[in-house]
Design a protein around this ligand. Sequence first.
Ligand SMILES: *C/C=C(C)/C=C/C=C(C)/C=C/C1=C(C)CCCC1(C)C
Length: 239
Amino acid sequence: MEKILSLMTVVPAMATDDYVGFTFFIGCMAMMAASAFFFLQMNSFDNKWKTSILVSGLITFIAAVHYWYMRDYWATNMTSPTFFRYVDWILTVPLMCVEFYLILKAAGATKQLMWKMIFASIVMLVTGYFGEAVYTSQAQIWGLVSGIAYFYIVYEIWMGGASKLAAAAGGAVQSAHKTLCKFVLIGWAIYPIGYMAGTEGWYSGIFGGLQMDVIYNVGDAINKIGFGLVVYQLAVDSK
Ligand SMILES: *C/C=C(C)/C=C/C=C(C)/C=C/C1=C(C)CCCC1(C)C
């Protein structure tokens, strides 16, 4: 009995007012549940959509694993798990670019378009990491560079080659593309707010009072699970 009790104390208890820890915990569960859903659903679709739903599941599954570690890191250190956060993003955000490519492939999307978007997303995340974790005194400059890469992605899907392909495809594909575009324009805009809450810059007076990790966790739940559900809905509509 004593052995069991001493083992139990190894598990860090979560304080009832630790709302940041709470969002890591809920985020972890939500990502796991979403992954189970996508993986179980994928086999009821034909090959054309199976891969897209598989990718939706991979995005939430990779996030679930990272949230498992981030939840633990937060509980132990009470500081932001910046490294795990960015490793998660650098794996999942390019996969979201792959989703755009997959749904537009039938309309003639090229791999070149996909790689352009992946490249821009990597620039966005690496420069964001520099500002948040490496050159923290220059956070505003790195955030700006990251923001330019972000707007390039927004431009590409709303007005560039990807939007033209979506218009050519028409129907359910075009409307799903439009919804995913809104996720990138509105849902992804949550992240720079988190960045400004967690770094020093001209914006500190405006966003300084907010909690960076809560903002990032909310953003991830909306963008990873919501994005996946849009792709799932498109597969249902095209059945
Ligand atoms: C699943 C994770 C997703 C969709 C993560 C997206 C992250 C971003 C769109 C981050 C963007 C940033 C800026 C536009 C400027 C400041 C630095 C970042 C990296 C937070």
